[in-house]
Design a protein around this ligand. Structure first.
Ligand SMILES: [Zn+2]
Length: 297
């Protein structure tokens, strides 16, 4: 033990609460996990809590839940809520199960989501703060990077979407947005009636939208009334491939449509410098607009 235990004096008797027991209780650690060590690093103002997985405890594949033999263990660290303003880290060697079907996979731990370097309680704190301040502000206050705060927010959105009923809206909005620093795009699908985000997919390719739309029944897709979007060809192709009578239901962003139409008209004029005197250029086919512009971010 490298840290003095926390001692509690009670009336009538003396009771010692060991630091490992204290953290086991406040972290809610249960079998097969135990807190084996608490290390206080005063110069770094950090508390490191080491957890151990009981030897011989059953391992379950995180994909299918099957009980599997062990494969190996990998060291992991998670940032947890501060202890008296000391940064607190959880440390554990996390076993990998060796599933016959899914191969070696790290088992889930009860205090954090798979792949996250923060505990669930720390992520909950960040999400609470994000209701009050910007990503940059929250990141600065809790001493994490902008990308880490963004990752926590993205995981929260995905959890929220996973809890939602999978239902295809009848009035769909499609938009693309990019992460400010990475210039990586995501496709966002919106229920324009409820005003909810119903799907987020990586990239802005045809498959980004088509995979989502194709995942619903033919009846649901036929019931779609409008799909509002900008004039991004991969999105148009995705809607035409999945929504019956798509050509009658696609509504373009009217501001972008005007700009595109004006540019093509000018190009057409440049190629045909003179129109018969008194004649008029034939009007281009005008796509329908919904009268509402999808929000740009
Ligand atoms: Zn499995």
């Amino acid at each position: 033990m490298r840290c003095a235990g926390v001692r509690e004096q009670a009336v009538g008797y003396a009771r010692v609460v060991r630091d490992t027991d204290l953290y086991a209780q406040i972290l809610g650690v249960r079998d097969p996990w135990t807190v084996s060590e608490v290390h206080l690093d005063m110069p770094a103002k950090r508390v490191e809590v080491t957890l151990e997985h009981r030897a011989g405890a059953a391992l379950h594949c995180p994909e299918c839940g099957a009980t599997c033999p062990g494969y190996d263990a990998k060291p992991r660290r998670w940032r947890h809520l501060d202890t008296c303003q000391f940064e607190t880290m959880l440390i554990a060697d996390v076993p990998r199960s060796n599933c016959p079907e899914h191969g070696p996979l790290q088992v889930t731990v009860p205090w954090a989501e798979a792949g996250s370097r923060f505990t669930a309680l720390f992520e909950a704190l960040v999400i609470d703060w994000l209701h009050e301040a910007s990503l940059s502000g929250v990141a600065r206050q809790v001493r994490i990077t902008w990308d880490e705060a963004d990752g926590i927010q993205t995981r929260a959105v995905r959890r929220g979407l996973a809890r939602r009923e999978r239902r295809l809206p009848t009035r769909i909005g499609v938009d693309e947005t990019s992460f400010q620093k990475r210039h990586e795009y995501v496709t966002v699908v919106i229920d324009q009636v409820a005003g909810d985000v119903v799907h987020v997919a990586d990239d802005r390719k045809r498959a980004s939208l088509e995979t989502y739309l194709a995942g619903h029944s033919v009846e649901e897709r036929a019931a779609v009334e409008t799909v509002a979007m900008d004039m991004h060809q991969p999105y148009i192709q995705a809607v035409k491939a999945t929504i019956p009578l798509a050509a009658l239901k696609i509504c373009f962003d009217k501001f972008q449509w005007r700009a595109t139409w004006a540019r093509r008209w000018t190009e057409c004029g440049a190629r045909e410098p003179r129109v018969a005197r008194g004649g008029r250029r034939p009007p281009a086919a005008k796509p329908s607009t919904c009268g509402s512009r999808t929000r740009r971010t």
